[in-house]
Design a protein around this ligand. Structure first.
Ligand code: SF4
Length: 340
């Protein structure tokens, strides 16, 4: 892909919020809000992978689903450009009919491929379904396309007549990828897509996703709780904590020069084969707090060993660290955090 093609981003997410009402009593009165996603800003470049990472419950899955309008947003904009020269459209403002027309461009792969495949439908029919629904192919052309898609994801075309339970976890995820590819998408949200797989199978599926990206120019929003998984596929990362992004930047910046104490703690948990490159473990104590009553000031202060009085009082604004690297921490001063 040329530099000029990369110039206009595929997706710009601005101020994305998704709050869920908390209801109580006989009359189901709204007594609070779960602020699952509370003001995300990020940009996804064409043909690249942005990984959204953080512990379970940080809001990353909700963010991915809301962005695709599988959940209705509370606020924000998702500006999408189908190609670099076209005008951006705000997915949240599109009438349902126009959103449906864009659906083929925007696909999702789920964590549990077994749950996302109907056990009574052969994998061939599961892959054919989007082709038929969107009237992309008919008759024998459908079979040919299904065979080509199965082959492309490393499965034999003759497995089309088998049912999901006849496949291993890794093979089922390949079927999920083939189904997502059927509509020639521009973006695939990979929602914990390899988390349930064995480490060796994870590597195979990630390699497949990378090959497909190189060949087809697809962009990925890769949602994962494990930073070691995203290391080999990410161009950029956004680290989430309790509904907000606390640090973002290129993969190189986040892995080699992390600034936020939470990012450092997550990275320190990654095992390393070379003892010289092993980071000192920074323990993350306690559970992630409830998003119904998030801690005051910096949401991370209840678990941060560096917390000061101002951390309990004031939310830290994003600090620009150069070349797109940002972190939201009172101790980050445009260069590096002190003492972590
Ligand atoms: Fe820790 Fe304070 Fe920085 Fe939050 S703002 S991460 S509590 S040092």
């Amino acid at each position: 892909m040329s530099d000029s093609q990369r110039s206009a981003p595929l997706l710009e997410v601005r101020g994305l919020k998704k709050h869920f009402p908390v209801r109580k009593g006989l009359l189901s009165r709204v007594v609070g809000q779960v602020k699952a996603v509370d003001g995300l800003d990020f940009t996804l470049e064409r043909g690249q992978t942005l990984s959204l990472v953080g512990e379970s419950g940080c809001g990353k899955t909700t963010a991915g689903r809301t962005m695709l309008r599988l959940l209705e947003p509370t606020a924000g904009q998702v500006l999408y450009r189908a190609d670099p020269t076209s005008e951006a459209v705000d997915l949240f403002n599109l009438p349902k009919k126009e959103m449906r027309a864009l659906r083929p461009d925007l696909q999702i792969i789920f964590q549990d491929p077994y749950a996302s495949l109907n056990p009574r439908i052969t994998v061939g029919n599961a892959i054919a379904e989007p082709l038929l629904v969107h009237k992309i192919a008919t008759g024998s052309e459908v079979e040919d396309r299904v065979a080509a898609l199965l082959k492309r994801v490393g499965l034999r075309p003759d497995v089309a007549n088998r049912f999901p339970h006849e496949f291993s976890g890794g093979q089922r995820q390949r079927v999920g990828i083939a189904r997502a590819l059927a509509l020639s998408p521009k973006l695939i949200v990979c929602d914990e897509a390899v988390s349930a797989l064995d480490v060796s199978i994870q590597a195979q599926v990630i390699n497949l996703l990378k090959d497909l990206q190189d060949e087809l120019g697809i962009s990925y929003l890769f949602i994962a709780h494990d930073l070691s998984v995203v290391k080999y596929i990410s161009d950029a990362l956004a680290v989430m904590y309790l509904g907000r992004i606390v640090e973002s930047g290129s993969a190189d910046q986040i892995f080699n020069d992390p600034q936020h104490p939470y990012t450092r703690a997550l990275l320190s948990a990654i095992p390393h084969a070379d003892p010289k490159k092993r980071r000192q473990r920074i323990p993350l104590t306690g559970e992630i707090p409830s998003p119904i009553h998030p801690p005051s000031g910096c949401h991370f202060h209840t678990r941060c060993s560096l917390a000061e009085d101002r951390c309990r009082r004031d939310w830290p604004e994003n600090v620009a660290l150069g070349d797109g690297h940002q972190a939201a921490c009172h101790l980050v001063q445009g260069a590096s955090v002190t003492g972590a």
